[in-house]
Design a protein around this ligand. Structure first.
Ligand code: FES
Length: 102
């Protein structure tokens, strides 16, 4: 399935990614260095903050994720932590924008 990544400069890239990876891993593997993902995906750093754009909805944050997002000055109702979104066939067409750095 494909998804679209929009970087902080506003440039969009559509790419094909494997189901089962987290969106954080997909962004990192695609070579973006803007997404620090310091904790490596264990939901403890909040440096993988992204916004979900478009119509494909990966669902709401879990409780731990929600607490971490609260610590961000840039949280919106579209905020998610990319390491907590597992990419899958049903999320084909997902559009993700990398949030500003806190
Ligand atoms: Fe640290 Fe997502 S990579 S919370």
């Amino acid at each position: 399935p494909t998804l679209t990544i929009i970087n902080r400069a506003g440039d969009a890239q559509r790419l094909e990614a494997a189901s089962g990876l987290s969106v954080m891993e997909i962004i990192r593997d695609a070579g973006y260095d803007e997404l620090l993902a310091l904790c490596g995906g264990c939901c403890s750093c909040a440096t993988c903050h992204v916004y979900v754009e478009g119509d494909v909805d990966p669902g709401v944050p879990g409780d731990d994720e929600d607490d971490l997002l609260e610590s961000s000055d840039h949280r919106t109702e579209r905020s998610r932590l990319a390491c907590q979104i597992r990419f899958a066939d049903e999320l084909a067409g997902l559009t993700i924008r990398i949030a500003p750095e806190d």
